[in-house]
Design a protein around this ligand. Structure first.
Ligand code: GRF
Length: 187
C-alpha cells in the first residue's frame, strides 16, 4: 500500500478528486494518510468528511521543519494540491523525487514566484495566449522548475473569460492529476 500526504491551502477540489479516485479504486493500493494545510481552509473539511487525518500548521518561522516532522515515516508521495507556501530547499532535498505539484498553466510558461491562482489566468488572458492548460511536475527548490510529469493543454476560445478559463483548467487538472499520481507511484 502506497502512502500519500496531501498539502492544501484552499478549496480543495483537486484533493476531492484524488479522494474520489482512490475511493473508487481507480487508484488502487494507495491511501491518503494525512492532509496538511497552512491555514484554515475548506480542503480540511473535505478530508475530515472522509475520515482522513488532518493537521493545520501556520506559516512562519521554521515552517518546512515543522512540516517535515509531521510527514509520517514511510510516506511514498507528498502531493501539493493548491498549496501556497514555498517549501525550503532542505525540505525539497529531504523528500527529493517524492513531491509533486499541480500548476494551472503550461509550464514553463506562467510559472515562478507570484504566478499562482488568478494571477496565472489573468496573465494568460492579458497576453492573448491561444492556449493554456495544466502541468503536474516534481517539486524542487526552484519554484515550478522541477521535471514535468504530465501536461495537458487546450485552445482558448475568442470570448474566454477568467471564470471560463479557470473552469477549463480545473477540468484538465482533474484528469491529469490522478494519472500523474498513478504514474509516479507506478500503480
Ligand atoms: C489549482 O488550480 C492548482 O493548479 C493550483 O491551485 C488550484 C487549487 O484548486 N495549484 P483547488 O483548491 O484544488 O480547487
Amino acid at each position: 500500500m502506497k502512502s500519500i500526504v496531501v498539502l492544501v491551502s484552499g478549496g480543495g477540489t483537486n484533493l476531492q478528486r484524488i479522494i474520489d479516485v482512490i475511493e473508487a479504486k481507480e487508484i488502487s493500493n494507495a491511501l491518503i494518510q494525512l492532509v496538511v494545510a497552512d491555514r484554515d481552509c475548506y480542503a480540511i473539511e473535505r478530508a475530515e468528511n472522509h475520515n482522513i487525518q488532518t493537521a493545520v500548521i501556520k506559516r512562519g518561522r521554521g515552517f518546512s521543519d515543522r512540516l517535515s516532522k509531521l510527514i509520517p515515516p514511510g510516506t511514498d508521495l507528498i502531493v501539493l494540491a493548491g498549496f501556497l507556501t514555498i517549501l525550503s530547499p532542505e525540505f525539497c532535498q529531504q523528500f527529493s523525487g517524492k513531491i509533486i505539484n499541480i500548476h494551472p498553466s503550461l509550464l514553463p510558461k506562467y510559472g515562478g514566484n507570484g504566478m499562482w491562482g488568478d494571477f496565472v489566468h489573468k496573465a494568460v488572458l492579458d497576453n492573448q495566449e491561444s492556449r493554456s492548460g495544466a502541468t503536474v511536475h516534481y517539486v524542487t527548490a526552484g519554484v515550478d522548475q522541477g521535471d514535468i510529469i504530465l501536461q495537458k493543454g487546450f485552445d482558448l476560445s475568442p470570448d474566454e473569460t477568467l471564470d471560463s478559463l479557470k473552469e477549463k483548467v480545473h477540468k484538465v487538472e482533474y484528469e491529469i492529476f490522478p494519472e500523474a499520481i498513478r504514474k509516479v507511484l507506478t500503480l
